[in-house]
Design a protein around this ligand. Structure first.
Ligand SMILES: O=P(O)(O)OC[C@H]1O[C@H](OP(=O)(O)OP(=O)(O)O)[C@H](O)[C@@H]1O
Ligand SMILES: Nc1nc2[nH]cnc2c(=O)[nH]1
Length: 208
């Protein structure tokens, strides 16, 4: 049986009285003191609560900066799916959301790795666009995204990234919204993977 009520501020509260088939959160998944992915070891680094606090701060700033305006959020898959889902629940603006991917492939030896945007079907010209990214590391991906999207003449183009590794950055980038600046450790969890694994952890772990 389910009951629903509106809380102050218009948010919907609903309570389920029948016990869920699978208790949540899964105790095996929550806060293990280490995890192993493809035989590589990771230790706890940032808790879900720390991530939530950082994301709420970013959302509050966006809500304030864009008050009265309509925003197009451009979510960069795959890694950003958890960040985007949690951030967007805190956004009180009128907004649209679209999803893109970045394909990487090996170019000629002179060009090295080439990155290309896939799935950019949304009209961006004249819109206030914000790119949602899980992490900016070297900045190669974000440089390419800003150039590609910027060429489509948005009214404005900004970046919200959950993580930034300042020590690794190789480009000057206009990163307006940064959740957490972190040292140069390889991290997994909360959407970020190690060779495909680890995206589903609610906390973030760093390589030991
Ligand atoms: O600043 P950079 O050095 O360019 O690194 C950042 C990029 O790396 C990750 O994507 P990845 O290629 O791992 O794909 P994924 O999102 O599908 O995991 C991340 O989501 C960024 O897009
Ligand atoms: N999973 C993961 N992907 C990245 N891409 C760039 N930096 C990182 C990182 O630290 N972890």
């Amino acid at each position: 049986m389910q009951e629903a009520a509106f809380l102050p501020g218009g948010r919907l509260f609903s309570a389920t009285f029948a016990p869920p088939a699978h208790p949540r959160p899964n105790p095996k998944r929550m806060n293990p003191d280490h995890i192993s992915l493809h035989n590589k070891q990771f230790e706890p680094y940032l808790s879900a609560a720390q991530l939530t606090a950082a994301i709420r701060e970013v959302a509050a700033r966006i809500n304030q900066d864009y008050a009265g305006q309509q925003v197009l959020f451009v979510v960069v898959l795959n890694g950003s799916f958890m960040f985007a889902a949690d951030l967007l629940k805190e956004i009180s603006l009128d907004c649209e959301i679209c999803f893109i991917r970045v394909a990487s492939y090996q170019g000629t030896s002179s060009t090295g790795e080439v990155k290309e945007v896939l799935g950019l079907t949304e009209e961006i010209q004249g819109r206030h666009a914000i790119i949602l990214e899980d992490i900016v590391d070297t900045g190669h991906t974000m440089r390419m995204l800003l150039d590609t999207l910027g060429a489509r003449q948005p009214a404005s183009l900004e970046v919200a990234t959950l993580f930034l590794k300042p020590e690794c950055l190789q480009h000057e980038l206009p990163l307006r919204y940064i959740g957490l600046s972190i040292p140069n450790d390889f991290i997994v969890g909360y959407g970020l993977d190690f060779d495909g694994l680890g995206r589903n952890y609610p906390d973030v772990y760093k390589a030991v």
